[in-house]
Design a protein around this ligand. Structure first.
Ligand code: ZN
Length: 364
């Protein structure tokens, strides 16, 4: 995640903090300061928010350690002003595993509030003269914060843990895709109802409206990501790659590539050297801007983009699409595993076409 920096590594998981988090700290410090207690008030406020976020972090580690039990690693956790995000390597798709991973976050907060209430109860017994406003106040607030985290996270809507718990429970009865669709639908319904309720009651809180909106979008995204993954299941690169394409020699001029561009609907042109090895790809966008700058007689090799990632025909399509997204080239070169020769091109456009065809066939 951009604009975040590393705090440290705990049990193989990098803990990062987003810079906007410090804006939150500055904001609560200012609020604390204006509360009439000056610096002491500011310090109190910052201390409490920091403690609250330590609880958020522990919540995320609840997920991390549960996932690790199933062999799923978590490369990093990022703390944002709105909470923590643990980036799991993959999501468990077995209902039982998803249930356990999702529930272990809120369970940490249950444990923390139980510990605090025991501690408060004990100190009350040991020292009956205790004044809550002074010594106990901080811990009392932290306990309430943890209970709030449990309640908020268990709302059955993506991306909250409750959405995953609900999907996992549905997953015992229906398939993963349908469970996701139902869980996403419930999440969106809750978001809409919360929004409507706020509007009708005249109790409009901009923050809550924003959260409802965010939940609505996230639920839809979760559903479409799952149905896309489902659509790609069992597909390989060779099912989607373009095999009918032009290549250009390293001696070509911009003029030659323009001629090819205008004669067909290919946008990305692989350049091949005399031995037949791939040098890189020339994209339409680069070609057009180079024409303005250098004219048609400029060597095409000067605007070549070397491709850092490649695929093979038997590669899993979903995996290749990740490489297409991450790579430098707008078309992923597909190389024959034995000869090392270029045998195809994978572009977002033709994967989109393949999806449309698959969807049409499934409906037929
Ligand atoms: Zn969680």
């Amino acid at each position: 995640m951009k604009w975040s920096f590393k705090l440290g590594t705990v049990a193989g998981t990098e803990v990062r903090i987003h810079v906007t988090f410090f804006i939150l700290l500055a904001f609560v410090a200012m609020q604390g300061m204006s509360g009439g207690q000056g610096m002491a008030g500011a310090l109190d406020a910052v201390l409490f928010v920091s403690a609250a976020f330590v609880c958020v972090l522990l919540h995320e580690f609840g997920h991390v350690f549960a996932a690790r039990g199933y062999g799923i690693r978590t490369p990093d956790i990022t703390l944002l002003p709105i909470g923590g995000v643990a980036r799991l390597e993959r999501m468990p798709e077995k209902p039982m595993q998803e249930l356990v991973v999702a529930i272990c976050g809120p369970l940490v907060n249950v444990a923390i509030s139980a510990a605090i209430s025991t501690f408060l109860g004990l100190s009350l017994v040991l020292n009956p003269d205790i004044h809550f406003e002074q010594s106990g106040h901080f811990w009392e607030k932290l306990m309430v914060w943890n209970l709030f985290m449990v309640a908020f996270n268990l709302i059955p809507a993506f991306p909250m843990d409750g959405g995953r718990v609900f999907r996992a429970l549905l997953g015992f009865f229906v398939d993963f895709e349908r469970a996701t669709r139902w869980a996403a639908g419930l999440g969106q319904a809750i978001a809409v109802m919360a929004g409507l309720w706020m509007l009708l009651s005249g109790n409009v809180s901009p923050v809550l409206i924003l959260i409802a909106f965010f939940v609505f979008i996230a639920a839809g995204q979760e559903a479409s990501a799952v149905s896309q993954r489902q659509a790609f299941q069992g597909l390989r690169v060779e099912d989607a790659m373009v095999t009918d394409f032009h290549t250009i020699p390293s001696s070509a001029l911009l003029r030659d590539v323009v001629a090819l561009l205008l004669s067909g609907n290919q946008h990305d042109f692989p350049m091949i050297d005399a031995r037949g090895d791939l040098l890189g790809i020339i994209t339409r966008q680069r070609l057009i801007s180079a024409l303005t700058e250098h004219g048609p007689l400029h060597p095409a090799e000067s605007i070549l983009i070397p491709c850092d990632l490649q695929a093979t025909p038997r590669m899993d399509l979903a995996e290749a699409l990740t490489a297409l997204d991450a790579g430098t080239c707008s078309a992923l070169p597909v190389m024959d595993a034995y000869s090392g020769r270029l045998v195809g091109l994978l572009t977002a456009e033709n994967v989109g076409e393949l999806l449309m065809v698959r969807t049409a066939l499934r409906r037929a």
